[in-house]
Design a protein around this ligand. Structure first.
Ligand SMILES: CCCCCCC/C=C/C(=O)SCCNC(=O)CCNC(=O)[C@H](O)C(C)(C)COP(=O)(O)OP(=O)(O)OC[C@H]1O[C@@H](n2cnc3c(N)ncnc32)[C@H](O)[C@@H]1OP(=O)(O)O
Length: 75
């Protein structure tokens, strides 16, 4: 999943949470989109920081799902 939170000042934080390497599964991508929509709907948010849990950002597309096709179809 990806967890949305308000950080300091006008910053929203979306933390990718999918151990061990925060791969972008369909669930993570959906939660990321939800978080971005929340940030977009909040006029006090001026910046969004996306980070990964446990000292890693993301290994990219989840090698064990078909999420890559989902990503490319939305670009
Ligand atoms: C928020 C927007 C982000 C946009 C980012 C867009 C960039 C997208 C890029 C891609 O999609 S690139 C293509 C897909 N990714 C990869 O090819 C990465 C492949 N993985 C690696 O290079 C390495 O695994 C690593 C991430 C550098 C980590 O190396 P490390 O030596 O620390 O650990 P490993 O033993 O290799 O892996 C640990 C564990 O994690 C699993 N794993 C690794 N990559 C993925 C993945 N993409 N999806 C799912 N799982 C992955 C790996 O199988 C290991 O699992 P276990 O064997 O421990 O069960």
């Amino acid at each position: 999943m990806a967890q949305y939170a308000r950080g300091a000042a006008a910053v929203a934080v979306i933390r990718l949470r999918n151990p061990p390497v925060n791969a972008l599964s369909l669930t993570v991508l959906q939660a990321l989109e939800d978080g971005l929509k929340k940030a977009d709907a909040d006029p006090s948010v001026k910046a969004v920081m996306i980070c990964g849990e446990n000292g890693k950002f993301s290994a990219g597309t989840d090698g064990f799902t078909r999420s890559h096709h989902w990503v490319t179809s939305r670009c």
